[in-house]
Design a protein around this ligand. Structure first.
Ligand code: ADP
Ligand code: MG
Length: 243
């Protein structure tokens, strides 16, 4: 489990995460929802140290990091190693082939042999239905294919959690479906995931828990069923698309 406690993040004096404490259980899919600008990406990025909160802590069973104190190189490496981020705009390396995109981190960060990394990459490509595209460059793929490659790249370092920040919001509906199917499969296989999404149907389908954030405050943290079937007036408004 990941346990974040009392996370405070400010930009230019403005509080964007206001003392958030939240757990993300292992082997489950947690979905973060909330209006645009509410702090979802900031929270997710704190886990990967792409964002450094002013205070608060994040702990795993075997690692604990206090954001307010200096973080050693070793802890920062361990923390980053535990998660792997998939971004909205897939940002694959444009000058690398599909295979090299997937094997880059295992080879450079984990010191996996090229042969083993490529074997694993081919197996991941099979799992997302993209075998045969190893030698292509990102520009020769559709957005949906690129996003599926990004998921392979995230999985290739064998992280404890994959973090997905609006993984399908840049995709056309039919390409979105391809990507959501892969995520649904990963969820069913017990891959630990934290997903920020605006797709309520998908959230309802895959989430084991929902965290709803508004203006940097955690407004809901609980079971998916409660969120959708028993919404507070505020959540009802959100779900009906008012905001
Ligand atoms: P969400 O992902 O829910 O849309 P974000 O976490 O991206 O929200 O942003 C939360 C708030 O922090 C917003 O008001 C946003 O404008 C602000 N913000 C995000 N990143 C930065 C940054 N690098 N510099 C200044 N303000 C930022
Ligand atoms: Mg965001």
């Amino acid at each position: 489990m990941i346990s974040m406690k009392n996370i405070i993040k400010k930009y230019d004096g403005k509080t964007v995460l206001n003392d958030i404490s939240v757990d993300f259980p292992s082997g489950k899919t947690s979905v973060i929802l909330g209006p645009s600008g509410s702090g979802k990406s900031t929270l997710l990025r704190s886990l990967d140290l792409l964002v450094r909160p002013e205070s608060g802590s994040v702990s795993f069973p075997d690692l604990s990091v206090n954001y307010a104190e200096p973080i050693s190189k070793k802890d920062s490496f361990s923390l980053r190693r535990k998660t792997s981020m998939v971004f909205q705009n897939w940002n694959l390396f444009p000058n690398l082939t599909v295979l090299d995109n997937i094997t880059a981190a295992p080879i450079t960060v984990l010191k996996t042999s090229k042969a083993d990394a490529e074997k694993e990459a081919r197996s991941l490509l099979r799992q997302v239905g993209l075998e045969g595209l190893e030698k292509r460059y990102p520009s020769q793929l559709s957005g949906g294919q690129q996003q599926r490659i990004s998921i392979c790249r995230a999985l290739a370092i064998n992280p404890e959690y994959i973090l997905l920040d609006e993984p399908t919001s840049a995709l056309d509906p039919e390409l979105e479906t391809q990507v959501l199917k892969i995520l649904e499969k990963l969820a069913n296989e017990g891959q630990s995931m934290i997903i920020v999404t605006h797709n309520m149907e998908f959230a309802r389908l895959v989430a084991d828990k929902i965290v709803f954030i508004e203006d940097g405050n955690k407004v809901f943290d609980g079971e998916t069923k409660d969120f959708f079937e028993n919404p507070t007036p505020r959540i009802k408004d959100f779900l009906s698309g008012i905001s």
